[in-house]
Design a protein around this ligand. Structure first.
Ligand code: ARG
Ligand code: ZN
Length: 878
């Protein structure tokens, strides 16, 4: 805990490690009152280090040092310095064995970094810098060692003892204790170390790899979750097969384990051979989890599995390279999800996340490049920019190279760097070397922050039959970065003729076999393109499939958008045209130009609701109005209440005008009994629940009865929660309260369901008032030590319930500031994430703006602010 400013770490200061560790021997003695960790390192001087380092420096955090010995001889106190965050062993030889004994208290570890306890079990989270909370060690990813781990614990409380690799020995000890020893044959950085000890139930299956090896797949959960493992196991098997087929990557150990833990700061962790998951990201059954959770679980299981190659076999040289593994792995899991479900829907979801949340981050005070050049606390950089924008950057390489050359590039990358800790530049170079393409300008995507804006203008010369397109790119200034260079942007484009047919894209007069779609490569600040042989004024379909993470500025008319909405062959752009049209209609209400909602929007939605020939998965997405968060992101000087009111008016109007169509849609998608996860079945449930939500929004009595019935009889959580959410967001107070009560009584023993119950209330327009949120914090099921509970109440309120959070009197902001201060002492990572809705105060109009700033200032004034929150708050206030 600090009073002065934390140190900033710079990429430019990177130096190779002075010492390397070849082997680590760990022995954990686990007790209720703490744990003793014996660590023996085989250390040698790094021949690549430019000087001769005299002393060995190891990182540490919150450790009690008990003993140090070198080559078996106990060191006297004048041979080392325990500086708290460093252990310096003085004047060491070139090669030696160092043993360090530390004492830690996992049971009091509320930061959930290092070794901690969750629901009675011991577990670890070491990425990024948690291993130093376990023992003194060179805690940096470019120090890779082979680990052997012996775990000792009471046998009846902790029958299951797990670590990375293979279990090579087990046995009994005195006093009812036992031990298991694990050996991981692959050298790894310490952030991939894991340990679990608990009373866990095992679900087992196998996977036969492409070369015929049989892998033992194990999912460990608390006994009450025995029926919730099947989906994760299926997802794992599908991921393993997919990585073999699409990337040629085979699994390398004989065992692959997943453990579910209830208290976890993030989603999951790819520890070698022993992935640890937040329970909410792995456990599911149709009765307890929604379609969205099923899909999320499939994606996260795949993500962590894919890390075995993109992250573990080839890892990061330093934490500035985090996107090397995260961006690439998100790109890989997106490809997997697209292949397992509906590719268009997956693309819509990813683009929505980028455009609402990542663009906001990239324009805010924490804006940073995909490869940052400095940080104070690395935990603050597990961001949408590193993950999602990083994935978009890899996706653009895929677009520029095409699938075959991209695969050659990834093969070369894995082969060239297997067993190494490398940089994003090494990744790009492998792509260049395999494809023969020059990506030097493309590298700016890793160095420059900010979302490029493409200003697109067109003109049609009817006489010459030429359609001209001019595209200008500019990249806004961002926190600490100005005067940016043009980037290399793949811009996918099509042109639609008067009947919606694709117009051939002839870049010269007599081009034969011109393609119907092109990926234009933008490299200059300004380009113009001429398309020849165009008979009538076309409608452009721009940035198809969101081919680059950029904003497009084009003066759309509503006629053009309506036309694209029904005719574009690119499903993504059909959806996007609908979104832009709805945005335009909502904004015109805010401008007060004309008081009425454009009837053409109603007509367009009526077509969507009634044409069964349309892809229902796409329709389900098209029916969702742009979110308040997206509308805020598109605006400056934001008046949240005005946005909320305009959007609500459009929703009212649509729901009233389409009442009968919505009822018909609801009944048509009544669904069959058994729960299926096909895109069609998911779309059906989504349509049905959207219809219900809209109808309850306008207080429809018949819909209220239907919602109650659905709530009572639903065979799955998607429909049950859909009905509950519709009721909770309605004005039917008695029905809402009754449903909430019933739901809680039914599911109070299931933490994952209770979290959803909290979220539905915290996100409600009707019941999610500040007073109601405060009451939820007093609920017996709320737990300040459990990140999922904190997120499901405070996180959802401040991050998703925007109209309630942004009260003009600033009460929502003060509330959030208080909770951040409270959490800062127990869990700084969570506190730093939670504060983020306040950081964008400059974007808002008065009185919001000043009130947000004031709330941030109260956080800044807290005594002993953690490094995590310090960095976010100070960067936001400067
Ligand atoms: N590498 C993990 C993943 O991508 C993220 C874990 C980071 N954890 C943390 N506490 N910073 O899934
Ligand atoms: Zn990851």
């Amino acid at each position: 805990m600090r009073t002065n400013q934390p140190r900033t770490i710079y990429l430019s200061e990177y130096r190779v490690p002075a010492f390397l560790v070849d082997h680590v021997d760990l022995r954990f003695e686990l007790f209720e009152q703490g744990a003793r960790v014996h660590s023996t390192l085989d250390v040698r001087r790094n021949p690549d280090y430019p000087e001769r380092a005299e002393h060995l420096e190891l990182d540490g955090d919150s450790l009690r040092l008990e003993a140090v010995s070198l080559n078996g001889v106990t060191l006297e106190a004048d041979h080392y310095q325990d500086q708290g965050d460093k252990l310096v062993v003085l004047s060491v030889p070139d090669q030696f064995q160092l043993t360090v004994v530390t004492w830690i208290e996992p049971q009091n570890n509320t930061r959930l970094e290092g070794l901690y306890k969750s629901s009675g079990m011991f577990c670890t989270q070491c990425e990024a810098e948690g291993f130093r909370c376990i023992t003194f060690f060179p805690d940096r990813p470019d120090v890779m060692a082979r680990f052997r781990t012996r775990i000792e614990a009471d046998k009846s409380s902790y029958p299951v003892l797990l670590s990375n690799g293979n279990d090579i020995e087990r046995g009994e000890l005195a006093d009812g204790r036992h031990f298991v020893t694990w050996e991981d044959p692959f050298p790894k950085p310490c952030y991939l170390f894991a340990l679990v000890a608990g009373d866990l139930l095992l679900k087992q299956d196998t996977f036969t790899t492409c070369s015929g090896r049989e892998i033992d797949l194990r999912i460990y959960v608390e006994p009450r979750n025995a029926t919730k493992c099947e989906h994760a196991m299926d997802s794992l098997q599908r991921s393993m097969r997919w990585d073999e087929t699409v990337y040629g990557r085979e699994y390398d150990l004989d065992i692959f384990m997943i453990v579910a833990v209830d208290d976890f700061n993030m989603g999951a962790m790819e520890n070698k051979g022993l992935n640890i998951f937040n329970s909410s990201c792995v456990l599911a059954s149709p009765e307890t989890a929604t379609d969205a959770s099923f899909q999320r679980i499939e994606a996260i299981v795949a993500h962590e599995y894919f890390h075995n190659w993109s992250g573990n076999r080839v890892t990061c040289r330093d934490w500035f390279q985090l996107s090397l593994k995260e961006g690439f792995t998100v790109f890989r899991d997106a490809g997997f999800s697209a292949d397992m479900g509906s590719p268009i829907v997956k693309r819509i979801e990813d683009a929505t996340l980028m455009r609402t949340a990542q663009f906001a981050e990239d324009a805010g005070p924490m804006s940073h490049p995909v490869r940052p050049s400095s940080y104070m606390e690395i935990s603050n950089f597990y961001t949408l920019t590193i993950y999602e924008k990083g994935a978009e950057v890899v996706r653009m390489i895929h677009t520029l190279l095409g699938p075959d050359l991209f695969r050659k590039g990834s093969d070369l990358y894995f082969e060239r760097h297997d067993g190494q800790a490398v940089t994003t530049d090494d990744f790009v170079r492998a792509m260049e070397d395999a494809s023969g393409r020059d990506l030097s300008q493309f590298r700016l995507w890793y160095e420059q922050a900010g979302t490029p804006v493409l200003t697109v203008r067109d003109e049609f010369d009817a006489e010459a039959g030429i359609y001209r397109l001019s595209i200008e790119q500019s990249i806004p200034d961002t926190a600490g970065q100005t005067d940016k260079k043009p980037q290399h942007i793949p811009f996918a484009l099509g042109l639609l003729g008067p009947d919606g047919e694709a117009v051939p894209l002839r870049l010269s007069e007599n081009e034969a076999d011109a393609p119907l779609e092109r990926v234009l490569e933008l490299t200059e600040a300004r380009h113009s393109f001429e398309f020849h042989g165009v008979q009538t004024q076309p409608v452009p379909s721009l940035l198809r499939e969101f081919s680059a993470p950029v904003r497009v500025d084009y003066p759309w008319t509503r006629e053009q958008l309506l036309f694209l909405m029904s005719h574009d062959s690119d499903g993504f752009n059909r959806w996007d045209a609908g979104q832009q049209l709805a945005v335009d209609v909502i904004r015109s209400l805010m401008d007060g130009e004309n008081g009425a909602v454009d009837e053409r929007l109603v007509d367009a939605y009526r077509v969507l609701l009634n044409d069964p020939a349309l892809d229902q998965a796409l329709v389900a997405k098209m029916l969702l109005l742009p979110s308040e968060a997206y509308l805020i992101e598109l605006s400056n000087d934001v008046d949240v209440q005005a946005i909320h009111e305009a959007r609500t008016r459009v929703l009212d109007h649509l729901a009233n005008a389409l009442r009968d169509d919505l009822l018909a849609c609801f009944h048509r998608n009544a669904g069959s009994g058994d729960y299926q996860l096909t895109p069609e079945a998911i779309a059906g449930r989504s349509l049905r629940n959207t219809a219900l939500a809209w109808l309850l929004h306008i207080g429809d009595q018949e819909a209220c009865t239907l919602a109650q019935q659905q709530f009572d009889v639903a065979g799955n959580m998607t429909d049950r929660l859909g009905a509950l959410r519709a009721l909770v967001n309605s004005r039917f107070v008695a029905e809402r309260e009754a449903a909430l009560e019933t739901f809680y009584q039914c599911w109070e023993a299931d933490p994952q369901v209770v979290e959803q119950w909290f979220s539905v209330q915290a996100g409600s327009q009707q019941s999610g008032t500040l007073e109601a949120i405060k009451a939820l914090l007093q609920h017996p099921a709320f737990d300040w030590k459990n990140p999922n509970k904190v997120r499901s109440v405070i996180g959802v309120f401040a991050g998703q319930n925007l109209a309630q959070f942004h009260q003009p009197d600033g009460s929502g902001y003060r509330f959030l500031a208080d909770q951040v201060c409270r959490l800062d002492d127990s869990n700084p990572q969570i506190a730093a994430r939670l504060v983020s809705p306040l950081t964008r105060w400059k974007k808002f109009a008065q009185p919001y703006c000043s009130a947000m700033k004031e709330a941030l200032e109260t956080v800044r004034a807290k005594d002993g602010l953690s490094k995590d929150v310090y960095e976010v708050v100070h960067k936001s206030l400067r």
